[in-house]
Write a protein that binds this ligand. Structure first.
Ligand code: SME
Length: 165
């Protein structure tokens, strides 16, 4: 078990370095989101949908770059696991989405999900959403490193001239 966790941590650390190299000095939010969605999707076989929702107006999330089958276009803050992550400004880790009455089933195949808020200082600018066709696909290691990916991303975006999502 410990060896498995260590292997996963090492994989995430390699991925973080790879992402930093790929992103370089880029600050454009869409370019960065597209790159991260692509790399995460292709790195983990149990990640069946990886993408971003962006806050485009008060309490509204709109779909951004993603990989996987099509996702819903708009999610208000008071709906879905994505809405909960945006509203509460904390990561939502769901082992079994059928147990969450407010879960929005973009795909009936989704069994578990993790949603990490993108926080620019205290302000939520979007969320990273990852779905899996397996139950319990995400754990505290995923949470820790996906939060690091999001922090790195928000920091890069914050260096941009327009600083918008
Ligand atoms: N399941 C999400 C909706 C987005 S899709 O999974 C891509 C939710 O409950 O917010």
């Amino acid at each position: 078990m410990a060896a498995k966790v260590k292997k996963k941590e090492q994989k995430y650390l390699r991925l973080l370095l790879h992402l930093e190299r790929l992103i370089g000095n880029e600050t454009d939010p869409v370019s960065i989101m597209a790159t991260i969605a692509c790399e995460l999707y292709h790195s983990f076989k149990d990640f069946n949908w990886v993408g971003f929702y962006r806050v485009t107006e008060k309490d509204i999330l709109k779909i951004g770059p993603y990989q996987g089958e099509h996702g819903c276009l708009t999610i208000p803050f008071d709906r879905g696991i994505c809405g909960a992550a945006a509203r509460k400004r904390t990561t939502q880790l769901v082992d079994d989405v059928s147990k969450i009455p407010y879960h929005i089933a973009c795909s009936p195949k989704t069994k578990s999900e993790i949603v990490v808020p993108l926080l620019q200082k205290r302000k939520v600018i979007g969320v990273l959403d990852i779905d899996s066709h397996k139950f319990n696909a995400f754990d505290s290691v995923d949470r820790k490193y996906l939060e690091m990916v999001c922090e790195m991303m928000v920091e890069r975006i914050g260096k941009g001239p327009a600083n918008k999502t």
